[in-house]
Design a protein around this ligand. Structure first.
Ligand SMILES: [Zn+2]
Ligand SMILES: [Zn+2]
Length: 397
């Protein structure tokens, strides 16, 4: 099979490879020895990918009840894919160059290589050596999906979500091991997220999550800097090498943080089970933002054990339903859309920052100039009130 340049992250010509640039006015080298700042990634071939929410006549496919998106076709064996894992079992090598058509309907969830990745996954032998292409983006981009078609996460069952999380973990682990060995590095940047809905950046309306694992030592923005540097700052400030803010909150529910802010967890809790706490964010990035915190200290999604995964499926499903209800009730002036992103804030691999994993669920809301200028948001409702509305909605069910 002749593979078009850039498909599944396979490149023949280095000129076509995606590359990363840092804004030189806002980039430093941090205490972990890596560049941190504002990154812009250029992926020239990605601009040509198809957009499946609307056809040429701008008719929304959902309205036509067409559920034959690319992922449905991959599952039916009508389109080729590089399957990395399925229902907890490893399938192809993460650097495979052999996409295949294969009926996958007997599985619940699968992980496949992203067809249009913003990084090169495989370089053909005649390309230059890795050290001469340092500014290029290298790694594995993957997609994790349920074989059954759903538009949103709220429509899936907890059982299906467990399988989705499991296949995701296996695909992560396998790719991490292969990249570490191939590029002889202990450090990897791992971005894992759901884009749900067109406005949240999803180009296919079949529920899926994505992972970008970067093998080059770049890929950290200011947000990563914050999340990776804060645990060390907290330990120093509190004069306690074992201090973890999230663990303290789970223990106490009402504490003063290292900045001397009063955090009252109780008022913001929407749901909890044995392993997870779901609460509205203390300083939300958008109105309605939810945050999931594991009760046991865990720094990477990869490290979640079976019990944590099982309970995460339940909590993430409830979180999505609570947010659906809140957005439906929210005043029009809030400009909240049902579309949302789910961001797994975790420790990059090989950093030993001791950060506590957080999962943020953030709906789409318009933002303005001040908010683009700074890591700063204007919210119109206190998260304590948002939590009360969400709890009431869940209780009515
Ligand atoms: Zn579909
Ligand atoms: Zn912790």
């Amino acid at each position: 099979m002749e593979i078009p340049e850039g498909y599944w992250g396979i490149y023949k010509d280095t000129e076509n490879m995606p590359l990363e640039r840092f804004d030189p006015f806002r980039t430093i080298i941090n205490e972990f020895g890596t560049k941190v700042g504002h990154i812009t990634q250029f992926s020239p071939l990605r601009g040509k990918r198809p957009f499946e929410h609307k056809n040429n006549n701008q008719i929304v496919l959902e309205e036509l009840h067409i559920e034959r998106d690319s992922f449905c076709k991959v599952v039916a064996g009508e389109l080729p894919a590089v399957v990395l894992s399925q229902d907890g079992n490893i399938s192809n090598h993460p650097l495979s160059v052999e996409p295949k058509k294969e009926n996958l309907e007997s599985h619940t969830a699968i992980s496949i290589v992203n067809l249009f990745t913003p990084m090169a996954r495989v370089l053909y032998q005649h390309t230059q050596e890795l050290d001469s292409i340092q500014d290029k983006s290298i790694g594995v981009g993957m997609v994790h999906l349920l074989t059954k078609h759903y538009d949103t996460l709220s429509d899936a069952s907890a059982k299906e979500i467990i399988e989705l999380l499991k296949t995701t973990q296996i695909a992560h682990k396998n790719s991490v091991d292969v990249l570490k060995e191939k590029y002889n590095t202990s450090k990897l940047t791992i971005l894992h997220f759901f884009n749900i809905g067109e406005e949240a950046g999803a180009s296919i309306c079949h529920i899926h999550s994505q992972t970008y694992i970067y093998a080059n030592d770049i890929g950290h923005g200011w947000t990563s800097l914050g999340f990776l540097s804060v645990p060390g700052f907290h330990k120093k400030k509190m004069n306690n090498l074992n201090y973890c803010l999230a663990c303290k909150l789970v223990e106490n529910k009402k504490i003063k943080d290292p900045l001397n802010q009063e955090l009252n967890f109780e008022e913001r809790i929407v749901f909890e089970n044995e392993e997870w706490i779901l609460l509205t964010a203390f300083a939300p990035e958008r109105d309605g933002q939810l945050r999931l915190i594991p009760k046991r200290h865990t720094s990477q999604f990869l490290f979640l054990d079976e019990e944590q995964i099982k309970k995460l499926a339940e909590a993430i499903l409830i979180a999505n339903k609570a947010l659906d209800e809140f957005i439906a009730l929210a005043p029009q002036s809030m400009n909240l859309l049902q579309d949302r992103n789910i961001l797994f804030r975790q420790e990059n691999i090989g950093y030993n920052s001791d950060m506590h994993l957080l999962i943020d669920i953030i709906p789409i809301q318009r933002i303005g100039g001040a908010e683009i200028m700074e890591t700063y948001r204007i919210a119109t409702m206190f998260p304590e009130d948002v939590a009360k509305i969400m709890r009431d909605c869940l209780n009515k069910k």
